[in-house]
Design a protein around this ligand. Structure first.
Ligand SMILES: [Zn+2]
Length: 384
């Protein structure tokens, strides 16, 4: 698992584990220990990606699914809750809870996931996926993302398309432990960002209607969110909208052909790929999550752009009695840490992940110079 390091004066001196920004709780039916471990590994990736003060409750079933189906996810939903950014849109409860700052659905789970127990899975989170096997972590990561709200509630029956008319019988025999809400012909917040190639919003068409039905299978649907577009060089990411509507695949994914296996944005396409893994949501998915209302951990961007660069910090600033140093790399890789005054004169040598007394230093501005074999960082601090 990728480690994210945090640069914060609040960080305890000796703690350099990555910063978890959300908590998941789990209830399982039918899981094996190795499936459970891989599932929690995937949830851990999301726990370091999205920010929520309210624990995200997951009920996961490990059982036989229809042939060819790897997973099915039902996010619980709320609309028009306190602080809802957009009115009359369905939000996954994990997102609604995060925005509201309180648990809006006590006694109900947020995400209900079915994963196939008969698939030829690869459970190891670290190794190379053998050809012919499906990577469990990748698929769990994908399904959990639907649970977080990467989800359309569009449907097409005959030629008629609709938003917010899904019922539990559409997914028979799969059910949810929480009451299926009356969706009230309202779109999900994800749906509210979808547009045609003419930039017409899907949720502005008559609902239900044959016109909306034709758009759902137009092979020309795009996600019109500013964050997703910014992550896509200013253009709208393409949504999967094949000419034949497939419930559970159409509209609720990125377009398969645009983001094929190997693409960094492949996670949220409809098809899983054997012999292949992706343990990163990818920038377009992160953009979509931001657009629908998620706060994303600031460490996500750092990890992407700054992977090789160590992070050094000194604190507190200003310092009066003691000054602490910390870094994201091991002590043996550090060449030197020197404290210098404004004239560039070395006042003392410092150790990594330690503290020194600065009470004898005159008040003023000082510099800490961290050096490794191929990197240098200079930080200013004030002796108060
Ligand atoms: Zn999916």
């Amino acid at each position: 698992m990728k480690k994210f390091y945090t640069l914060s004066i609040a960080v305890c001196l000796s703690v350099f584990v990555s910063a978890q920004t959300a908590t998941f709780t789990f209830t399982y039916t039918g899981f094996t220990p190795q499936a459970q471990a891989a599932f929690e590994y995937a949830a851990g990736i999301w726990a370091h990606t999205v920010v929520s003060a309210v624990p995200i409750k997951v009920l996961a079933h490990f059982q036989q699914l229809p042939t060819g189906t790897l997973g099915i996810t039902f996010p619980n939903g709320r609309k028009n809750f306190t602080n809802a950014p957009l009115p009359d849109k369905w939000y996954s409860t994990s997102l609604a809870n995060s925005i509201a700052g309180v648990e809006l659905n006590p006694g109900e789970v947020d995400i209900e996931i079915y994963l196939s127990s008969t698939t030829n899975w690869y459970y190891d989170s670290t190794g190379t996926v053998p050809s012919g096997k499906y990577d469990f972590v990748t698929i769990a990561l994908h399904e959990l993302c639907h649970g977080l709200g990467f989800l359309s509630i569009a449907k097409k029956t005959g030629t008629t398309g609709s938003l917010g008319m899904l019922t539990s019988t559409d997914f028979y025999p799969f059910t949810t432990s929480y009451p299926w809400p009356n969706l009230d012909t309202l779109p999900s917040v994800f749906d509210s960002f979808l547009v045609t190639d003419q930039n017409e919003q899907l949720d502005t068409f008559p609902n239900p209607s044959i016109l909306l039905g034709s758009k759902l299978t137009s092979n020309a649907i795009y996600f019109n969110g500013t964050n997703a577009m910014a992550a896509n060089n200013g253009t709208r990411p393409r949504i999967y909208a094949p000419l034949t509507f497939a419930l559970g695949s159409s509209i609720t994914h990125f377009n398969e052909a645009t983001y094929p296996a190997g693409n960094i944005n492949e996670l949220m396409t409809p098809n899983g790929n054997p012999g292949y893994k992706l343990h990163d949501p990818g920038p377009l998915c992160i953009g979509v999550l931001k657009d629908i209302g998620w706060t994303i951990s600031p460490n996500v961007g750092i990890a992407e752009t700054n992977k090789e660069e160590p992070i050094f910090s000194v604190y507190p600033n200003p310092a009066y009695d003691y000054l602490f140093t910390s870094s994201s790399i091991s002590n043996e890789k550090i060449k030197s840490i020197e404290l210098k005054n404004m004239l560039g004169e070395k006042m003392m040598d410092m150790e990594n992940n330690s503290r020194v007394s600065v009470s004898d230093l005159p008040k003023g501005v000082y510099f800490i110079i961290f050096k490794t074999l191929n990197y240098q960082s200079v930080q200013k601090f004030i002796k108060g």
